[in-house]
Design a protein around this ligand. Structure first.
Ligand code: B12
Length: 215
């Protein structure tokens, strides 16, 4: 059985301890890196999300899988990345969160973990984050980038609101603002005056590297 198949099995069985132990053993044997495992987990969650959409599974199963994944990211993969990256010089500071009224966390957490594993300092503000909270944190840590996640069509407008609030406070030029989440798009990013959009966590890393280079 491949690593991906085994992880998928543990995620759909909500075997949180089993998944943590399995990932720990993979890391110990050097069979994959923490970033490889994050990518696999992202793919598995996409699969679980599709199953939910097709009504092959229902809400409790979906939440069980999401919590299983959150446990392994928080307790095994992020610490492993942190330990490996201790010596790294920071690539830049990113404040990331899911916008006001939206509780979807998995995609944003994956983006945060990928950025972290690529040497960025990441401030993950969680979900239902207001414009003021994004800006206050960005000011506090002198962030380079603000990342706004939105999974609901209804919450996309809050991405726009953060940019408007930055403009109002005369801070827009201080930060690169990027947006993401399944209902968003390159066109949406352009429409609201964001600096970029990415479809997934891997593209998000490339995007940030590119826009930071552009200055
Ligand atoms: C899991 C899930 C939930 C879980 C969330 C658990 C959690 N802790 O996150 C729970 C059960 C809580 C939930 C609740 C709801 N959900 Co929901 N949920 C999903 C589901 C099935 C999967 C989302 C997910 O985690 N995908 C996996 C991750 C890896 O992918 P991702 O989030 O897209 O993230 C990737 C990219 O988008 C991108 N990305 C994400 N963020 C960012 C940020 C930046 C800056 C960048 C650059 C990139 C980026 O990179 C990520 C990694 O590759 C989707 C359907 C789907 N198939 O997407 C519905 C979905 C998003 N939910 C939906 C809805 C309607 C709801 C509810 C309103 C349901 C309800 N009636 O109560 C509530 C919302 C409550 C609220 N106020 O937010 C709708 C949204 C429709 C819409 N467009 O408005 C969807 C699309 C399902 C559907 N088809 O109806 N949900």
């Amino acid at each position: 059985m491949s690593i991906k198949e085994r992880i998928k099995e543990l995620v759909v069985e909500w075997d949180s301890e089993g998944l943590k132990n399995y990932c720990q053993s993979i890391l110990k044997k050097n069979d994959a890196t923490a970033s490889d495992l994050l990518k696999i987990i992202g793919d598995v969650m996409k699969f679980v999300g599709d199953q939910f959409e097709n009504e092959d599974i229902f809400l409790p199963e979906l939440i069980g899988s999401a919590e299983t994944v959150k446990g392994v990211i928080d307790e095994v993969l992020d610490p492993a990345i942190r330990a490996a990256g201790e010596e790294k010089e920071t690539m830049g500071k990113v404040v990331i969160g899911t916008v006001e009224s939206d509780v979807h966390s998995i995609g944003k957490d994956l983006v945060g973990s990928f950025l972290f594993s690529n040497g960025f300092e990441v401030y993950n503000l969680g979900v239902e984050v207001t414009a003021d909270q994004f800006i206050t944190k960005a000011e506090e840590v002198s962030a380079d980038v603000i990342g706004l996640s939105s999974l609901l069509t209804m919450s996309m407008d809050f991405q726009k609101q953060v940019i408007e609030e930055l403009n109002k406070r005369g801070l827009r030029d201080k930060y690169k603002v990027i947006v993401g989440g399944s209902p968003t798009s390159e066109d949406w990013a352009e429409q609201i005056g964001a600096d970029g959009w990415a479809d997934d966590a891997i593209e998000a890393v490339e995007l940030i590297k590119r826009i930071m280079k552009e200055g």
